[in-house]
Structure formats: structure tokens, C-alpha cells
Design a protein around this ligand. Structure first.
Ligand code: NAP
Length: 238
């Protein structure tokens, strides 16, 4: 069902996977959706701007372009993320630093820029896409898990800082989802992963997108600082 008023939504990493499914959900609600991509321009129907979230100048330019097209961003989905997996003793410092820079510092860059105009508007929604791995840990993903755990502390701090201006800040923590990111693991590993999930399967991108759009809805106006697991029960208890 379309929302009464079209909102301005910016989704980082909206060219593929969870970000693209989220863009499609918001578009179906009648919102003005802008997506960012890093390397590969998407072929779809969305207003897309190039933005490497590891570059402050890209973030500034992307927001300026979106503001010129639709006006200030009212809903920010910080979704862009990367992996550089490896066991600790083999993990290069660059692998650690690159993942933190894209997944955590990138989230800082876009949230800080979005907050400038949300504070003036005295309203806004910020949703970070973390991972079950940030809560459970994962052998071979120490860098990724650290970046995703960092988002929780970051979001909860922002929830406290920005709550008095009616800006909510929440985290979605997906389990394994059917995207390019997991497809690189190969069918066998993915099936083994699915067996660890109480629901016995990995998620569709739309199942994550539905929770993200809920957190941006008026029904979620009193939810802030929350970490919502969308993981088929994989992280239960954390
Ligand atoms: P994906 O299919 O690999 O897509 C990643 C997106 O992020 C792409 O749009 C990519 O742009 C963009 N991106 C990568 N590096 C970027 C950078 N430096 N600056 C800006 N954009 C960048 O990923 P996904 O599986 O949909 O994951 C989306 C989010 O969900 C990530 O934060 C991921 O950690 C999280 N997550 C995924 C899973 C899963 O199982 N898939 C589970 C839990 C959490 P280009 O296409 O231009 O490279």
C-alpha cells in the first residue's frame, strides 16, 4: 500500500542484492528512491548516483545530487558492504582496514551527512544493515564481524543523540541471504550454512527489505536503538 506522502529515501549499495530489493519495496510504497552504486551502474529504473562510501567527497557529491533531484534525504538505508574473508593469521592489515572503512566508517560518513538535514527537519529514519555475524562471530570473518558489531554501538549512540529530534536509528541483522555476496561461497558451503538456520534455508532479499521498510514506516515510530534479527533464528539469544 502506498504511503500518503512520498518520502525521500537514499539506499547505499542499492544496485544489487538487499539494497536493490529494498529500493523496489520503497518504490512500491510510492516513495522517491535514490540508490548509490560503487563500480557497476545499475540498469534499472532508479535514480542512481555513483558513490564509494570510503570517499568523503563521493558521499558529499551523492547527497548533493539526491537533494537536487528530490530534496533532503528523509530515510537513509546504510547498506553498502564488503567482505575480505580469511583466518586471522592470514588476514592482512589492509583486509581488516578496508572492511572497517567500507562497512563501519562508510556508515559513519553517510549517517553524518544525512543527519545534517534530518536535524533541521526534526525528523528522520536511519537504518543500518549489519549481520548476524556481528553478534555471533564467524571464523574467517573477524574483520567483517567487527565492522558489523561496530554498527550496533554506533547506531545505539546515534539513537540516544538524535532521539529528541524524532530521528530513529535502528539496525537490521540478516542471516545468510541469497545475493552475490553469499553466492561466492559456493552451493555446498551455502547448503551447510542453511542447515545451521532453524528455518532450514537462507533468506530472500525481499524478506530483509520488508523489515527495513517496516522500520521506516509510521508503525515503527517508537522503535529506536533496536537490533532486529532477520536470520531464520540463527542468532537467537543474542
Ligand atoms: P552485494 O550483493 O554484494 O551488494 C553490495 C552492494 O554494496 C553493491 O551495491 C555494491 O556496489 C555496494 N558497495 C560495495 N562496496 C561499496 C563501497 N565502497 N561504496 C559504496 N557501495 C559499495 O551485497 P548484499 O549481500 O546485498 O549485502 C548488502 C548488505 O547486507 C551488506 O552490508 C552486507 O554486509 C549485509 N549482509 C548481507 C548478508 C548476505 O548473506 N548476503 C547477510 C548479512 C548482512 P557495486 O555493485 O557497484 O559494487
Amino acid at each position: 500500500m502506498a504511503t500518503a506522502v512520498s518520502r525521500v529515501v537514499l539506499i547505499t549499495g542499492g544496485s544489487r542484492g538487499i539494497g536493490l530489493a529494498t529500493a523496489q519495496r520503497f518504490a512500491a510504497l510510492g516513495d522517491n528512491v535514490a540508490i548509490t552504486y560503487n563500480t557497476t551502474p545499475p540498469s534499472g529504473d532508479f535514480f542512481a548516483v555513483q558513490c564509494d562510501v570510503t570517499k568523503q567527497t563521493d558521499v558529499e557529491r551523492a547527497f548533493t545530487e539526491v537533494e537536487a533531484k528530490f530534496g533532503p534525504v528523509e530515510i537513509l538505508i546504510s547498506n553498502a558492504g564488503i567482505t575480505r574473508d580469511g583466518l586471522l593469521l592470514r588476514m592482512k592489515e589492509a583486509d581488516f582496514a578496508e572492511v572497517i572503512d567500507a562497512n563501519l566508517t562508510g556508515a559513519f560518513r553517510v549517517a553524518k551527512r544525512a543527519t545534517q538535514t534530518m536535524l533541521r527537519a526534526r525528523t528522520g529514519r536511519i537504518i543500518f544493515v549489519s549481520s548476524v555475524v556481528g553478534l555471533l562471530g564467524q571464523a574467517g570473518q573477524a574483520n567483517y564481524a567487527a565492522s558489523k558489531a561496530g554498527l550496533v554501538g554506533f547506531a545505539r549512540s546515534l539513537a540516544r543523540e538524535l532521539g529528541s529530534r524524532s530521528i530513529t536509528v535502528n539496525v537490521v541483522a540478516p542471516g545468510p541471504v541469497d545475493t552475490d555476496m553469499t553466492r561466492t561461497l559456493g552451493a555446498e558451503k551455502l547448503e551447510a550454512f542453511a542447515q545451521l538456520v532453524p528455518l532450514g534455508r537462507i533468506a530472500t532479499t525481499d524478506e530483509i527489505a520488508g523489515v527495513i521498510t517496516f522500520l521506516a514506516s509510521t508503525d515503527a515510530a517508537y522503535i529506536t536503538g533496536a537490533v532486529i534479527p532477520v536470520d531464520g533464528g540463527l542468532g537467537m539469544g543474542h
